[in-house]
Design a protein around this ligand. Structure first.
Ligand code: OAD
Length: 254
């Protein structure tokens, strides 16, 4: 463990442009479940094809809307952990530092990170299904379902289309601006920290390879092996909350 930490610090000391690519494991120690961990992952308990596709919403909007309301409420009841805070602190250690996240829970923002690219959208940003018109979050607040209850989505004031969560579902394209920004950041980076992602969902899973091809070093922080592990410059087998504060401390950032 100490060797991995020292090597990671050494690589980061040489860097001036750094990107942190985060996935569900980043928020696990805040109490947000991951997707693919056996037993505890959301996709071991729920079928993503029934909850996280446009067709699923068309078939059963109340089921999908209610499930995302539960997730949104869950994300609001948890807090960023020391690893999120350490990433926000690391912004001060480099000329350029950005977080590119697949997470929709808003915890990086709440921890104080400022440069954030949300590749899969955000649980706080509801909009209508057909027209993409935004919907006031305060009105979502008034809907209070018990855990996972079905909730009929409200209708858009502008076009009447049902309101959906502002996240990216399977089969949908990622927000264009976010994709362009993420690719540019990674191509220009010296180091990419890949934290808490199984690195299997594309196109986000391409980013470490894009970084390596552009000559960057890739440091993986994950307690488990992933498809990225054999290609990473180094892997630190640790959790986000354990590893990231050690990096921020070693690099001397408050
Ligand atoms: P996954 O659930 O696929 O992977 C979570 C990863 O985090 C695994 O590799 C775990 O080993 C690791 N992990 C678990 N606890 C950790 C901890 N405390 N610290 C560090 N790592 C830890 O989640 P993602 O890779 O984020 O997309 O999944 C990618 C996308 O698939 C999600 O954004 C979501 C999902 O379907 C959509 O919903 C579109």
């Amino acid at each position: 463990m100490a060797g991995e930490r020292e090597r990671a610090v050494e690589v980061l000391r040489r860097a001036s442009r750094v990107v942190a690519l985060t996935g569900a494991g980043m928020s696990q120690e805040s109490g947000v479940p991951t997707f693919r961990d056996a037993l505890t992952g959301l996709w071991s308990r729920y079928d993503p094809m029934e909850l996280a596709t446009p067709d699923a919403f068309r078939r059963n909007p109340a089921r999908v809307f209610g499930w995302y309301l539960s997730r949104w409420r869950g994300a609001r009841t948890v807090s960023p952990h020391a690893g999120h805070v350490a990433l926000a602190r690391l912004e001060g250690a480099f000329g350029d530092f950005a977080v590119v996240t697949q997470n929709v829970d808003g915890l990086h923002r709440r921890a104080g990170s400022r440069e954030i690219v949300e590749l899969h959208g955000c649980l706080e940003a509801f909009r209508c299904f057909d027209g993409g018109h935004s919907f006031d979050i305060d009105r979502i607040e008034q809907l209070a379902p018990p855990e996972d209850a079905e909730v009929e989505p409200p209708a858009c004031d502008t076009c009447g289309s049902p309101i959906r969560p502002g996240v990216v579902w399977f089969g949908e394209t990622l927000p264009a601006g976010a994709v362009e920004r993420a690719w540019r950041l990674v191509q220009q980076s010296d180091v990419v920290l890949v934290i808490g992602t199984s690195a299997v969902v594309y196109p986000a899973a391409e980013l470490p390879g894009v970084a390596l091809a552009a000559g960057a070093e890739v440091i993986e922080i994950n307690p488990q092996e992933t498809p990225l592990t054999p290609r990473a410059t180094l892997t630190w087998r640790a959790t986000a909350a354990a590893a990231l504060p050690q990096l921020a401390d070693a690099l001397g950032v408050r």
